[in-house]
Design a protein around this ligand. Structure first.
Ligand SMILES: *Cc1c(COP(=O)(O)O)cnc(C)c1O
Length: 330
């Protein structure tokens, strides 16, 4: 299939319209001046809006499309007490009058804060399992319980990071390039920084840039937990699954994806000196909130990159703000 036909197929794909789109693309001039960078723009996917927003909204628009949800009575998904994915899924269930069961890999705090508080506010039922490996069997067991009670469950994959979910970020790539092109003649290179974990966001962006043939856009995934080789493999696999859905025979990614794992520190959700500095600089200079698990580490990756290499006047930096605000307040 030609890329035009694949793009038409993408735009016509059934989805729930949950996000406020397009999200703003805003300059971060004070941060750029502090770092000596040519140009930094922030793509505000923190402001997708639905259920307090973030990147999960775009992916869930496809996973929770009307044709997939129509006959269901209960949504089941999994994550940790501070899962942004669980928050948006629970908000969708509330608005749709569906039950929602969240399988949690760690006990909820006694006084829930941040996303854990919002999971309850949106009326989700919480089931705790022993660890990450127990999540998939926990979701299957919950689905079996619902069926025994005569209900019809839908298991929403963790992070909505599937070939289907990543189509939300293929569309985001079209949206972002249109906004960038509206700013005037493009510089020779745009480098996009994005926090990555289950890799659907990065995979979707890579697929979208590939459909557009935009090899002037480089994508840097800053890992929240995985090693860079794992991150690359998973991203390529998801982008290929997304391309298959669109019957797109071209490469699933036109640009080399750069995977950075130097900001993980002691692990998922554990702040580092560099992530604390990023949170401080974004807050103090731009009035922007980063979350400790994802965007603060992506911010640290971007800052480190600029300090190491500098930027030239023909180069533009985009920080994709994937949201996660409630995590800062946990
Ligand atoms: C889930 C999440 C990410 C990571 O996105 P993936 O598609 O799982 O790689 C980044 N930032 C925030 C705030 C998230 O909630």
């Amino acid at each position: 299939m030609s890329n035009d036909r694949a793009i038409r197929r993408l735009l016509a794909w059934p989805r729930a319209h949950l996000a406020n789109l397009p999200t703003p693309l805003i300059p971060a001039g004070r941060l750029a001046a502090e770092l000596g960078a040519a140009d930094i723009l922030v793509k505000m996917d923190a402001e997708t809006g639905f259920g307090l927003g973030g990147n999960k909204v775009r992916k869930l628009e496809f996973e929770l499309a009307p044709d997939r949800v129509r006959d269901k009575t209960c949504l089941i998904t999994a994550g940790g007490p501070q899962s942004n994915h669980c928050r948006v899924t629970a908000a969708f269930a509330a608005r749709s009058g569906l039950r929602c069961i969240l399988v949690m890999q760690a006990p909820e705090p006694e006084r829930p804060t941040g996303n854990a508080l919002l999971h309850r506010l949106f009326g989700a039922e919480i089931r705790t399992v022993a660890d990450r490996e127990a999540r998939a069997p926990g979701m299957a067991a919950a689905a079996a319980d619902i069926e025994r009670q005569g209900g019809r469950p839908l298991i929403v994959p963790i992070g909505a990071s599937t070939g289907l979910g990543c189509l939300g970020y293929a569309i985001a790539a079209l949206e972002l390039t249109e906004q960038l092109d509206d700013l005037g003649p493009p510089p020779h290179r745009t480098v996009v920084f994005v926090a990555s974990s289950s890799c659907g966001t990065l995979a979707g962006l890579a697929l979208g840039m590939s459909l557009l043939g935009r090899d002037d856009v480089e994508l840097v995934g800053v890992s929240a937990d995985l090693r860079s080789d794992e991150l690359c493999d998973r991203t390529l696999q998801l982008a290929t699954e997304g391309a298959d859905l669109l019957e797109w025979a071209g490469p699933a990614t036109s640009t080399g994806i750069v995977a950075v794992d130097s900001q993980v520190g002691d692990g998922y959700g554990i702040p580092t000196d560099a992530s604390n500095e990023a949170t401080d600089l974004f807050g103090r200079l731009e009035g922007l909130v980063l979350d400790p698990t994802y965007t603060a580490k992506a911010g640290a990756g971007m800052i480190d990159w600029i300090r190491e290499r500098g930027t030239s006047s023909g180069e533009r930096i985009v920080f994709l703000h994937t949201g996660g605000h409630p995590g800062l307040l946990a």
